[in-house]
Design a binder for this molecule. Structure first.
Ligand SMILES: [Zn+2]
Ligand SMILES: [Zn+2]
Length: 75
């Protein structure tokens, strides 16, 4: 399981930190996002690399292929 999961909605800043949440009892990321109900992603949507570094809140990008991790909301 990758250490981070991030909401795929560009307008939402939700990030799930596996290490932080283990202490409070959450070991798997919520699905969908508890803030906006969008999909929470664990992997880059372009190259499917796991999100290994804490993504920046402003412009989260894949460490492998530099693709943006967030998308425009579907709705
Ligand atoms: Zn969200
Ligand atoms: Zn990638």
């Amino acid at each position: 399981m990758p250490p981070f999961a991030i909401c795929s909605n560009k307008l939402c800043v939700y990030i799930f930190d596996m290490l932080e949440n283990t202490e409070s009892g959450f070991k798997i990321p919520p699905q969908p996002c508890p803030e906006c109900m969008s999909r929470v992603i664990l992997y880059c949507l372009s190259c499917h690399a796991p999100i290994l570094e804490k993504p920046s809140q402003q412009d989260p990008r894949c460490a492998g292929c530099d693709a943006p991790l967030k998308q425009d909301p579907v709705r």
